[in-house]
Design a protein around this ligand. Structure first.
Ligand code: DX5
Ligand code: ZN
Length: 241
């Protein structure tokens, strides 16, 4: 996408939700097959990038994103758990990432958002469990995606932290109050049960790793999470994306 055209996240209309399967829990030896398996149920794919420094785990980088790009048209939503994401934003963009999300805890958020925008990436901002949601408020006008973590980042398969629910509700209110086109995403311990709670609080994009790829029926798991979240949205009119 040319850098002078603003990127558009896969459009979420009021009352719609999306599941973003997280490949962290997929079989890394068969990623193409794993991704093809969930593709009929979504247009997002969550890619967890860990640098062994910001979080105590190491995963993948731009070369793997480039390989994924050759195998899928899904929106590659790259969650950068990195101390220095600015060093690799251009490489991720060149590799075919569609959006990148950086952690607000790092600081330099305005500069990082501007660089993502310049590169034509969708602009995401992530808030960790111990960080107040208000830390994101100064940047809401700059971003396309706000990700509220419901586990400590670094590993799949952790227990959902209920403290995140109030943060999602506060973020929903603030996004709607300002009338912003910001997609509210949640990540960590999301399954068909916790997706209901988070959807009621106002989340619309649900990252799910182990609840998808550690179940025998990956596609059915994506559809079940989506259906659960949809069932929780009682009054779609007027709700934000
Ligand atoms: C955790 C990652 C998540 C992870 C979620 O650091 O950011 O995206 O894949 O895994 P589950 O869904 O198993 O909690
Ligand atoms: Zn993630």
């Amino acid at each position: 996408m040319p850098a002078d055209e603003p990127p558009r996240l896969p459009h979420l209309r009021p009352g719609e939700v999306r599941v973003a399967p997280s490949i962290l829990s997929a079989d890394f030896g068969a990623l193409g097959v794993e991704i093809a398996g969930v593709t009929p149920a979504t247009d997002w794919l969550h890619v967890d990038v860990m640098d062994g420094h910001f979080v105590p785990n190491l995963t993948i980088g731009p070369p793997v994103v480039a390989s994924l790009r050759r195998h899928t048209q899904l929106w590659l939503d790259c969650h950068l758990m990195m101390t220095n994401p600015g060093d690799l934003l251009e490489a991720f963009s060149r590799s075919g990432a569609d959006s990148a999300s950086v952690h607000v805890e790092l600081g330099q958020t305005e500069e990082l958002c501007a660089e993502m925008r310049r590169l034509g990436l969708g602009v995401g901002l992530v808030v960790n469990p111990e960080t107040p949601i208000t830390a994101a408020w100064p940047f809401l006008e700059l971003i396309d995606l706000l990700l509220v973590m419901s586990v400590h980042p670094g590993f799949g398969g952790q227990a959902f932290m209920p403290q995140a629910v109030g943060k999602v509700a506060a973020a929903r209110r603030e996004i709607d109050r300002r009338g912003l086109p910001v997609t509210l995403q949640v990540d960590g311990g999301i399954d068909a049960t916790t997706a209901v709670v988070m959807a009621e609080a106002g989340a619309r994009c649900f990252v799910a790793g182990s609840a998808v790829f550690h179940r025998p029926d990956h596609l059915g798991a994506v559809r079940a999470i989506e259906a659960a979240a949809m069932s929780a949205i009682a009054a779609p009119e007027g709700r934000g994306p």
